[in-house]
Each structure stands twice: as structure tokens, then as C-alpha cells.
Design a protein. Structure first.
Length: 154
């Protein structure tokens, strides 16, 4: 009697094995990692790595008076609800509004779409990070989501 059920059991096992999804291999590009939460704790390391050089927004130079290499509280305070030095009508980071946040135009390289920059010509500077490729899309997305979430502090 057991012999009679073996072919059915083997067929059922093969059928079930064919229905399961294979486990993704480590490093499989088809597996998207969940985006990081939109917190300043996740944003600040991007700003420190990409922006806080002595010649840019760190150390003693502090281009535009902005030191992103300072403590989390100081760098957050220097970004959020502070007028841009290049386009004073805009905030560096306007909580809840990435499209009206100067920082997003700088990291997206879209300064020329801002009416005040079109009138000023080259006065709006260059995209950030300067002399480099744009930040990866995932990092720019995190910055955008953080601003959209109200740019919460540390």
C-alpha cells in the first residue's frame, strides 16, 4: 500500500517545490532594500560625507555660513528654516516642502528651474556636491522624504 502512494507523494513534492519562490542570493540586485527611515540620524551621515569638507560646508570655510560637519543639533539648526544665501526668498530646508527647499534644488541640480535663479543667472552657483556627480538617487530620495516629513531634528 505504501508503494502505491509513493508516486503521488513524489509528484506532490515536485509540484510544491516548483511553486515556491527561490530564496534571493546575497547581493541579488533584484531585491530592493527597504528605504531608510526619514530621520536626521540617517540624513546627517550623507551630509557629512558629501558636503562637510574644509573647502565646502565644514571646517573653517563654511561656504554660505553653513557648517554641516558640526554636531547634529547645530547642523540641523543651520539648515532648517534658514534663508538661503544664494536665494534669500527660499529656505535651505523648508519643512514639509522639498520643492521649495533650496538644498533639494542644489542636490538635484535643478537650480535653473527656480525663477529667482533664472533672473540672477550664474548667481545661484553649481549643483552639490560641487565638482562631483549628483548624490545617488536613493540618498536624494531620503533627503526629499526627510524634508517632506517636516525635517525632524536629531
Amino acid at each position: 500500500m505504501l508503494r502505491r502512494h509513493l508516486p503521488r507523494a513524489a509528484a506532490l513534492t515536485a509540484l510544491l517545490a516548483g511553486c515556491s519562490d527561490p530564496a534571493p542570493a546575497p547581493g541579488d540586485a533584484s531585491v530592493d532594500a527597504a528605504p531608510l527611515p526619514a530621520t536626521y540620524a540617517n540624513v546627517q551621515p550623507i551630509l557629512v560625507r558629501a558636503c562637510s569638507f574644509r573647502s565646502c560646508h565644514g571646517g573653517t570655510s563654511m561656504s554660505g555660513g553653513l557648517n554641516l560637519g558640526a554636531s547634529a543639533a547645530e547642523s540641523h539648526a543651520a539648515l532648517v528654516n534658514v534663508a538661503s544665501t544664494q536665494v534669500p526668498a527660499m529656505r535651505r530646508v523648508l519643512p514639509g516642502d522639498p520643492a521649495m527647499s533650496w538644498m533639494m534644488h542644489k542636490v538635484d541640480g535643478t537650480m535653473s528651474t527656480v525663477a529667482a535663479c533664472q533672473a540672477a543667472g550664474a548667481m545661484c552657483g553649481v549643483s552639490m556636491p560641487e565638482r562631483s556627480e549628483l548624490l545617488p538617487a536613493a540618498e536624494r530620495d531620503l533627503l526629499r522624504r526627510w524634508i517632506a516629513a517636516g525635517a525632524p531634528g536629531p
